[in-house]
Design a protein around this ligand. Structure first.
Ligand code: TYM
Length: 354
């Protein structure tokens, strides 16, 4: 592998239609990261998906569809490593080691588990509870330095940092004895930001846009056609006031703030820029402009996704190639982890234990 200054990792679950929040908060930024001096790995996290029930046939299709969305959005599989998690066994292997590093108290604080498990917590899978530990393993199997995600993943990334730090401390002398210096795992930097770090529902500005919202009108799916996109934006909830000219005027106007943020993210500009152009405008003028922008930005992606998903053989080849390249990196990490932890490995140790 060429020497890059950064290693970028991120993942998306294949649990149904990708929506505008996934695109603006994550996938579009994955594409942008390719311009940095970084090795980027983008993973379809199928092991995470099965923490809640997935129909097997549908899951296979969804893994291919998320892969197609990555490629259609502009991720270059020759430059970046695109793969699905279950093809690289080191993710699950490292998660086990991290299960023995992470503390029960840390997981008990995870708000996303509480939201997803709901009232019937006794009936949630153990995988759903352990989800953030697997996520730490995804990131640290590559010793990734940067992780672009939406704001809802912030707490999970803090847990990843805690696990890395505890591993580095617990095994400090063994890490040094094996020639890795003072720390083995980096303390990963979350990259959360931009105008669309948290895209909200089109029907309720206090709820995030989500795959699980029962109302399809609450989200724009990457596969929606032009008419559907325009209609959903036309019907989006707003208030009766015109758009303000200053950012401060968006305070306490969650729906207006959300639409302005979506416009900014799609256009690659700031909320301030949007208000400079549309301050004083009524929604009857702003919504058609937003719909046009959304259709011209998303339409080509949907078309390319259709083309790609018609050829599953090609998608599977991309995933297999990516998995091979990912495994080369992850296997090195796991060899080192096994030596550090004190396991006896097949094959020569990377370093002779003193
Ligand atoms: P997932 O599949 O739920 O979401 C994929 C990405 O989309 C972002 N996102 C949003 N961003 C802005 N506004 C929204 N309304 C919105 N909804 C979703 C998410 O923040 C995410 O970046 N746990 C992760 C998957 C994962 C992962 C990882 C991510 C597994 N291992 C390792 C990073 C690194 C998840 O649930 O993504």
């Amino acid at each position: 592998m060429a020497a890059f200054t950064e290693l970028v990792f991120s993942g998306v679950q294949p649990t149904g239609n990708l929506h505008l929040g996934n695109y603006l908060g994550a996938v579009k930024r994955f594409v942008e990261m390719q311009a940095r001096d970084a090795q980027c790995l983008y993973c379809v996290v199928d092991l995470h998906a099965i923490t809640v029930w997935q129909d097997p046939e549908a899951l296979r299709g969804q893994i291919r569809e998320v892969t197609a969305a990555f490629l259609a959005a502009g991720i270059d599989p020759a430059q970046s490593i695109v793969f699905n998690q279950s093809q690289v066994p080191q993710h699950a292997e490292l998660a086990w080691v991290f299960n023995c590093v992470a503390r029960l108290g840390w997981l008990n604080r995870m708000t996303q588990f509480k939201e997803k498990a709901g009232k019937d917590r006794e009936n949630a899978s153990i995988g759903l509870y352990d989800y953030p530990v697997l996520m730490a393993a995804d990131i640290l199997a590559y010793r990734a330095t940067h992780v672009p995600v939406g704001e809802d993943q912030k707490q999970h990334l803090e847990l990843t940092r805690d696990i890395a730090q505890k591993f580095n401390t617990d095994f400090g002398s063994s890490i040094a004895a094996h020639g890795h210096g003072e720390t083995f795992f980096p303390v990963t930097e979350p990259l959360i930001g931009g105008p669309a770090a948290r895209v909200m529902s089109l029907r309720d500005g206090s709820k995030k846009m989500s795959k699980s919202d029962p109302s399809d009108n609450s989200r724009i799916n990457l596969t929606d056609d032009a008419d559907t996109i325009a209609q959903k934006i036309r019907r989006a909830k707003t208030d009766p006031e015109p758009l303000p000219s200053e950012i401060a005027g968006l305070k306490d106007r969650p729906e207006a703030d959300n639409l302005v943020g979506i416009y900014a993210a799609l256009a690659g500009i700031t909320r301030e820029d949007v208000l400079r152009d549309f301050g004083g405008a009524q929604f009857s003028a702003f919504k058609p402009a937003l719909a046009d922008l959304a259709v011209t930005s998303l339409g080509p992606i949907a078309g390319e996704m259709r083309r790609l998903t018609a050829d599953p053989g090609h998608i599977d080849a991309v995933l297999a190639d990516g998995a091979g390249r990912a495994e080369t990196i992850a296997a090195q990490t796991l060899d080192a982890v096994k030596d550090i932890v004190g396991f006896v490995r097949r094959g020569p140790s990377l370093q002779t234990v003193r």
